[in-house]
Ligand binder design. Structure first.
Ligand SMILES: NC(=O)C1=CN([C@@H]2O[C@H](COP(=O)(O)OP(=O)(O)OC[C@H]3O[C@@H](n4cnc5c(N)ncnc54)[C@H](O)[C@@H]3O)[C@@H](O)[C@H]2O)C=CC1
Ligand SMILES: O=C(O)[C@@H]1CCC=N1
Length: 274
């Protein structure tokens, strides 16, 4: 069956569930009517219903009517939902995609009690809303056909990379949390820009376009950041003076430590804090 002909149930229509649904439709491969979003309080989904998406608070019914089930709730909300839908899951028909942080494929199979269930983990980021996500995919025991299908879904909303499941929490820190890290660095640059003379709104636009240019240089030339930095830093110039000042204050170290902390926290979200 073509991916376009499959029905999708996104259980947990919050930030990511909505962004994913919109990205899938924007890709042109899915019609809103083929996507059902669930949420306990449907008020927040009413505008989507007007756009043609199906909405319901009945997770079991959504699963019954779908071929692909996307789990998109918080780790601490997962078990309740799995317990509600377990009876309706058909190992032959359903493919489960989980974007839930810190939850292993084996945790999901064990909870629903269906050996042989095809479960693939995907870790997108909020840039999925504009089809610019970096999505890491892991499906150690899934069929090649299902892996290709999941890749196709996420390639329509950004770039994808297939990784081992044991690296999924690292991918969460680097790519999903990473959006917040880079945004905070842009905000800090904006604050610096305002201090040296620009109105905040202008500084933000200038900093954001500069950050986009820096990332685009790396992706376009497939170069190393230091080689692009070398092109900016004139001898005895102002760039190296500013850069070294940042490093004396722990710029790289702060990012590295933050990413490590986020990765450790991601590991604990389901197993230690539910
Ligand atoms: N926000 C992000 O940048 C990313 C989040 N994730 C993961 O994706 C998952 C969702 O994250 P967000 O969308 O940010 O969270 P969220 O809190 O915005 O969305 C979760 C949604 O699930 C709904 N929900 C809770 N219990 C439910 C139930 N019994 N039935 C139906 N719906 C129910 C909530 O009402 C909420 O709308 C989390 O596991 C998170 O770790 C993964 C990648 C990036
Ligand atoms: O902060 C969180 O726990 C989620 C997972 C990755 C991004 N947001």
């Amino acid at each position: 069956m073509n991916s376009e002909l499959k029905r999708v149930a996104i259980l947990g229509g919050g930030n990511m569930g909505i962004a994913l649904a919109k990205g899938m439709v924007a890709s042109g491969k899915y019609a809103p009517a083929a996507i059902t979003l669930t949420r306990r309080n449907l008020q927040a989904l009413e505008s989507l219903e007007k756009e043609g998406y199906q909405i319901t608070s009945d997770n079991a019914r959504a699963v019954e009517e779908a071929d692909i089930i996307i789990l998109s709730m918080l780790p601490q909300q997962l078990d309740f939902v799995l317990d509600t839908v377990a009876d309706k899951i058909d190992v032959q028909r359903h493919l489960v995609i989980s974007i839930v942080t810190g939850v292993m494929v084996s945790d999901i199979i064990e909870r629903v009690g269906k050996m042989g269930l095809q479960v693939i983990r995907a870790m997108p980021n909020t840039a999925i809303a504009i089809r610019e996500s970096m999505t890491c995919i892991a499906g150690n025991k899934a069929s090649q056909e299902n892996l290709s299908l999941v890749k196709e879904i996420f390639e329509a909303v950004g770039d994808t990379v297939e990784i081992e499941e044991e690296l999924m929490t690292s991918a969460t820190a680097l790519c999903a949390c990473g959006i917040a890290f880079f945004l905070r660095s842009i905000r800090a640059a904006t604050q610096g820009g305002t201090e040296i003379g620009f109105h905040a709104a202008d500084a933000l636009r200038m900093a954001a376009q500069t950050a986009k240019g820096a990332a685009s240089l790396l992706l376009h030339f497939q170069s190393h950041p230091e080689s692009e930095i070398d092109k900016v830093t004139s001898p005895k110039g102002c760039t190296i003076a500013g850069l070294n000042e940042m490093e004396h204050n722990g710029f790289s170290s702060a990012l590295i430590k933050g990413i490590r902390t986020s990765s450790q926290k991601a590991e604990q979200l389901y197993h230690k804090e539910k």
